[in-house]
Design a protein around this ligand. Structure first.
Ligand code: PGA
Length: 259
């Protein structure tokens, strides 16, 4: 069975000092669990100091993005190559990157490939906007985002990819509507069907699929109980140690009810 993955995306919050304080508090409140992997995604600036502070039995690190070229004259960018000693994961194609920074399907494909080339597991975010959902386009949008992003990978490489289904309309900083678990369940199985069509049943079973969008201590159990959902990508609630630890506790309880 896959470990449950709980990822905290701190976005552009917390300077180095505040990040260190949060790590310290999380460390006090989160116990290591064999079947849960807790991943923190601080800002690029805080990654290095945080990497020196975390207890590696409890936490792993992710970057929130990176550039697809390994090295060169690309002012302002940080490559996956530079991050490979620091992080296990990289969030790629987050809706804020797609919407605010105009990241295209092709750029996201190149980033996924660059992460894999550098032995970093991509957490690929996919999800439809409110308008696309209203127009009944969810299936097509997810299919396009997945097919392009995974197109340069082999079936073996796809095994290490994590997909985060993040409907844009459910993210707290956009519309922030609380999504119903039934709807999430349908899209997660759509995602697995897409992966099966592209890479076969084994890849579709092995790939981890997370849910993200307004996950809180109140909603976490319902989302984490969804069939085929392997964890959560948490934004706002990951900045608060009480809320984030409560989400990790919820994951623990859900796993122990099931076993
Ligand atoms: P949220 O953000 O949990 O604050 O809705 C999720 C995300 O943007 O990854």
């Amino acid at each position: 069975m896959n470990k449950t993955l709980i990822v905290g995306n701190w976005k552009m919050h917390l300077d180095v000092q505040a990040a260190s304080l949060l790590v310290h508090r999380l460390d006090k409140h989160i116990k290591p669990h064999r079947e849960i992997e807790v991943v923190l995604a601080p800002s690029m600036l805080a990654l290095q100091p945080v990497s020196l502070e975390i207890d590696r039995r409890k936490f792993r690190l992710a970057s929130q993005d990176a550039y697809y070229k390994d090295e060169g004259a690309f002012t302002g960018e940080v490559s996956f190559t530079m991050l490979r000693e620091l992080v296990h994961y990289s969030i790629i194609g987050h809706s804020e990157r797609r919407i605010y920074f105009n990241e295209s399907l092709d750029l996201i494909r190149d980033k996924v490939q660059a992460a894999v080339r550098n032995e970093i597991a991509p957490i690929l975010c996919v999800g439809e906007t409110k308008q696309e959902r209203a127009a009944g386009e969810t299936k097509r949008v997810i299919h396009d985002q997945l097919t392009t992003a995974l197109s340069n990978l082999t079936a073996d490489e796809v095994d290490n990819v994590v997909i985060a289904y993040e409907p844009v309309w459910a993210i707290s900083t956009f519309e922030g509507e609380v999504a119903k678990p039934d709807e999430i369940k349908r899209v997660i199985s759509l995602i697995r069907n897409n992966v099966a069509e592209l890479y076969g049943d084994q890849a579709s079973n092995n790939i981890r699929v997370l849910y993200g969008g307004s996950v809180s201590p109140d909603t976490a159990s319902a989302y984490l109980s969804i069939d085929g959902c392997d964890g959560a990508l948490v934004g706002g609630a990951s900045l608060n140690y009480k809320q984030f630890s409560a989400i990790v506790d919820a994951a623990y309880r859900v796993n122990h009810q099931e076993n």
